[in-house]
Design a protein around this ligand. Structure first.
Ligand code: FRU
Length: 494
């Protein structure tokens, strides 16, 4: 029965993808070096792992249409985190415990067996049930759901069926998982479980949540937790839903951020510091990390937001959403997470152009050959007496389009302004970036995206943009005084 269902759903998926192929391939907004769905809808990265030397990245996939619907798991593999190869659909929602989707989850290497754990989502007459399920693969391509599914068949007493997104890891011979949850009083939670064999799981307790440990009114649901050790500390990445905007903070519909502290594996208690946003705007959610074989903690996220489909112009062309670039995480002394684009991305660099010691004073300056729509740009500014300075990218010749990255020296705020970025959502996002002498801006521009790493990954902005194809100008500017561009380097990426 479920075999027939599976075949029917898979046929429908591949047929839908094939029907959209021409439209998708001819879309200018199709990104050149980011992971996207072949057609249809993508959201969370799932099951990110380096297994037998190969990186696997699965994702929440609705192949029928560029809208959120029945979720499958799509699958890409990569040798280098740069070039991704599309693989057959890994999970199809064909069993009774996943009739409304194979929701998010994670991957582990269980003694040489690639093993996935995910949430089976069911909505019968509008009533939700969440089942935690296991899948294994002998070859890394074909997946078999465990006969014993679901391995966790219900949320614990006191919680609602918003119970999903298991992230599994092993420590000292024991398996652990964190999972997103909601109390019956509608407070977001992260719960910790343990297991000797991945099949039988015991609840340890609550790790953290809204109205616990100083996080007052911190959301009605917490999605996609990811807990890992970095240096001497534990980091918990989580997505609280239901925070109110506070000035520059929490301006997305839902938030993605992290807490740093120490986990008590016996009780589940997590003694942590403040919640810090992972990204400053506009399109970033559902980050997932993995520890790769070089010992690096690598994070990738969905470069999009839920429930705001109309902001993403590519949906007219049969697809929607993409992943961010993979980033290496480091923890600074003061518990700030630092994000750096993986060095493998340097393989994309072509045709280097650079300039040194360019003074910019009360002007907007273009530099010969510094322009483009698929480029990497690094600009190091020495702060002098200008009150504002920065870079404009994706500029139209007639001034009608530009995306502005600006540093304001008076309040030490860095901003990204999409008010003239073309189609899509407009607005300005800002964050504090303390600096008296230097500001280094590292940009990755793709046909419809911009990722900005400021001061070596201290702050990051990830954003989709929809300017017209012709808007490829790059301008450097300073107002009310001078800055020196100590060095600027640009590569075309291919
Ligand atoms: C986060 C999320 C997860 C869920 C998945 C469904 O974006 O809502 O909590 O598992 O997406 O696609």
């Amino acid at each position: 029965m479920s075999q027939e269902k599976r075949k029917e759903l898979l046929d429908k998926a591949y047929q839908s993808i094939a029907e959209k192929k021409d439209k998708v391939e001819n879309d200018y907004y199709r990104l050149q070096y980011h992971v996207m769905p072949p057609a249809g809808w993508l959201n969370d990265p799932n099951g990110f792992i380096q297994f037998d030397g190969v990186y696997h990245l699965f994702y929440q996939f609705h192949p029928w249409a560029p809208e959120s619907g029945l979720k499958y798991w799509g699958h890409y593999t990569s040798q280098n985190l740069v070039n991704w190869e599309e693989q057959p659909i890994a999970l199809t929602p064909s069993k009774w415990y996943e009739t409304h989707g194979c929701y998010s989850g994670s991957a582990v290497d269980d003694d040489g067996v690639l093993t996935l754990m995910y949430t089976g989502n069911v909505k019968d007459d509008g009533v939700r049930s969440s089942y935690q399920c296991l899948v294994t693969s002998a070859d890394g391509i074909n997946f078999k759901k465990s006969e014993g599914n679901p391995v966790i068949d219900k949320q614990p007493e006191g919680y609602t069926a918003h119970f999903r997104d298991p992230k599994v890891w092993k420590k000292d011979g024991t398996w652990y998982l964190v999972i997103g949850a909601q109390t019956v009083a509608e407070e977001g939670r992260v719960l910790l479980y343990k297991s000797a064999n991945l099949k039988e799981w015991d609840l340890i307790g609550e790790v953290v949540g809204s109205n616990l440990n100083g996080l007052d009114n911190f959301g009605y649901m917490w999605e996609c937790p990811d807990l890992f050790t970095l240096g001497e500390k534990e980091v918990l990445i989580v997505l609280p839903q239901g925070l109110e905007a506070q000035g520059d903070l929490y301006n997305n519909i839902y938030q993605a951020g992290y807490l740093v502290g120490e986990l008590d594996y016996e009780t589940g208690e997590f003694n942590h510091g403040e919640f810090i946003e992972l990204d400053r705007g506009f399109d970033f959610y559902a980050a997932q990390t993995t520890l790769d074989q070089q010992g690096r903690r690598i994070m990738i996220a969905w470069m999009g937001m839920p429930e705001e489909d109309e902001k993403y112009a590519e949906r007219e062309n049969g697809w929607i959403h993409a992943m961010t670039l993979p980033r290496v995480l480091e923890l600074r002394e003061d518990n700030k997470l630092i994000q750096k684009p993986v060095p493998e991305l340097k393989q994309l660099r072509q045709e280097k152009i650079d300039y040194k010691k360019v003074k910019i004073k009360d002007e907007e300056l273009e530099l010969d050959q510094i322009c483009g729509d698929v480029v990497e740009l690094i600009a190091e500014f020495e702060i002098e007496d200008a009150s504002e300075f920065g870079i404009k990218v994706r500029c139209a010749q007639d001034g009608s389009e530009e995306t502005v990255i600006k540093y304001d020296t008076n309040n030490q705020k860095l901003s990204l302004n999409r008010n003239k970025s073309g189609r899509g959502e407009s607005g300005i996002r800002r964050c504090l970036l303390e600096s008296d002498s230097m500001v280094k801006l590292h940009l990755f521009i793709d046909t419809s995206s911009l990722e900005l790493f400021a001061n070596e990954g201290e702050e990051v902005f990830s954003s989709r943009l929809y300017p017209s194809k012709e808007s490829q100008g790059i301008k450097f500017f300073a107002q009310d005084g001078q800055v020196t561009l100590k060095k600027v380097t640009k590569w075309n990426l291919e």
